[in-house]
Write a protein that binds this ligand. Structure first.
Ligand SMILES: O=C(O)C1=C[C@@H](OP(=O)(O)O)[C@@H](O)[C@H](O)C1
Ligand SMILES: C=C(OP(=O)(O)O)C(=O)O
Length: 428
């Protein structure tokens, strides 16, 4: 197995340009594909999750052309219906491809198989399948009930009734229904049953749907009405803003190693909830400044330990867990049970790896409590569990005065293939 040893870097400052947002890239590709007209998608993220979406759309008969060597792509919309009626799609571990494609394909009147890597087959999808079945979809489990792989058959969906969906396991199920149901042409009402987690991701979904001409009436976080007779229409061009979750590593780097570190590509104008990560850093005593399209972080003395609910930023929350190693006491991150069903069981993985550095960690079902050691242990071998975020957030340990070894660093390819190279530009 490949290993990367990161040597201690006492001070670090600089500016980096962020890669495109994963959440916006995959949503935009799907909406552009389903719309009428052609869309120029600018600054698309180049990573595994996006390659899986691009490959799937290609197999479904959507024409996507890369403009030269740029990250600009022209997508020819199919006007609501994929031309290919039978396909076998492999979607890796990309939740933002798997869940929305499941819902869209359920109403394409074709035969589709959807599978992913082994971990994807352990990530729940039952709440989405239940909701789609209530609407009339023909979906069957090919392995364990409630989990991929899936087989989808032809069915006429009835969007007319209220469609209930559980929101406490993943917001991606609601996102998938919201994006797919306008294709029925009927008025659709979705009722969220119980708590909805990761709410800001729904705002990304609604924002992009509206750019493609589909309006959703939202009643709180419980009821979403998609008036009938709407169709996705290309807005001509969509620019993918920088990835706010990826920004978290660099902003934390500024906080841990002096800074200032500036990220370009997200700021006050961002539609991503993860920009709120900057507020959490501020609570920890970090100096944050923000423009429309940039954020800058700089240290101001020792980090303050905090006790916070991070349900709204589950991805960037992992970065706070590692930053907690530099805090002046015990930090508690709450309401993050969804960590258990992501790339790995992130609560358990985070606790195990933080302990390797000497931290005292309490792992609850939906929280983690971290007390830093008097002295961090040098050369801890951090396992990354094929989880890009484990690799990226533990790289920050090298900014705390000790060398750290990251096992299987290439797992960052899911969302940020050249993460370590970009980090090194700051270090230099
Ligand atoms: O909709 C999205 O783009 C995402 C939603 C979140 O998942 P959950 O809703 O499962 O928390 C997040 O963790 C994931 O990385 C991307
Ligand atoms: C949870 C994540 O990914 P996915 O989109 O596959 O759910 C993530 O990127 O942290």
């Amino acid at each position: 197995m490949e290993q990367l040893r990161l040597t201690p870097t006492p001070h670090l400052a600089g500016t980096i340009k962020l890669p495109g947002s994963k959440s916006i890239s995959n949503r935009t590709l799907l909406l552009a594909a389903l719309s009428s007209g052609s869309t120029l998608v600018r600054d698309l993220l180049d990573s595994d999750d996006i390659r899986h979406m691009l490959a799937a759309l290609g197999l479904l008969g959507v024409q996507v052309e890369q403009i030269g060597n740029s990250r600009d792509f022209r997508v020819q919309g199919v006007g609501g219906e994929f031309p290919v009626k039978s396909a076998d799609l492999f979607l890796g571990n990309a939740g933002t491809a798997f869940r929305p494609l499941t819902a869209a394909l359920a109403l394409m009147q074709g035969h589709y198989q959807l599978s992913g890597v082994a971990r994807m087959h352990e990530r729940p999808i039952g709440d989405l399948v239940d909701a789609l079945r209530i609407a009339g979809a023909d979906i069957s489990y090919q392995g364990n009930p409630g989990y991929p792989p899936l087989a989808i058959g032809p069915a006429k969906l009835r969007a007319g009734e209220v469609i209930p969906v559980k929101g406490n396991v993943s917001s991606q199920f609601l996102t998938a229904l919201l994006m797919a149901l306008p294709l029925t042409g009927d008025t659709a009402t979705i009722e969220v049953v119980g708590e909805l987690i990761s709410k800001p991701y729904i705002e990304i979904t609604l924002n992009l749907m509206s750019r493609f001409g589909v309006r959703v009436e939202r009643q709180g976080w419980q009821r979403f009405v998609i008036p009938g007779g709407q169709h996705y229409i290309s807005p001509g061009e969509v620019h993918v803003e920088g990835d706010a979750s990826s920004a978290s590593y660099f902003l934390a780097a500024g906080a841990l190693a002096g800074g200032p570190v500036r990220v370009e590509g997200v700021g006050n104008n961002s539609i991503q909830g993860d920009v709120k990560f900057a507020d959490t850093l501020r609570q920890m005593g970090v100096s944050i400044t923000m423009g429309d399209n940039w954020i800058e972080a700089a240290a101001q003395g020792k980090l303050k330990a905090i006790d916070v609910d991070l349900n709204h930023i589950p991805d960037a929350a992992m970065t706070i867990a590692v930053a907690a190693l530099a805090a002046d006491g015990t930090t508690t991150l709450r309401n993050i049970e969804s960590w258990r069903v992501k790339e790995t069981d992130r609560l358990s993985a985070m606790a195990t790896e933080l302990r390797k550095l000497g931290a005292t960690v309490e792992e609850g079902q939906d929280y983690i409590r971290i007390t830093p050691p008097a002295q961090l242990l040098a050369d801890a071998e951090i396992d990354t569990y094929d989880d890009h975020r484990m690799a990226m957030c533990f790289s920050l340990v090298s900014l705390l005065g000790v060398p750290v070894i990251i096992n299987d660093p290439k797992c960052v390819a899911k969302t940020f293939p050249d993460y370590f190279e970009v980090l090194a530009t700051l270090t230099a």
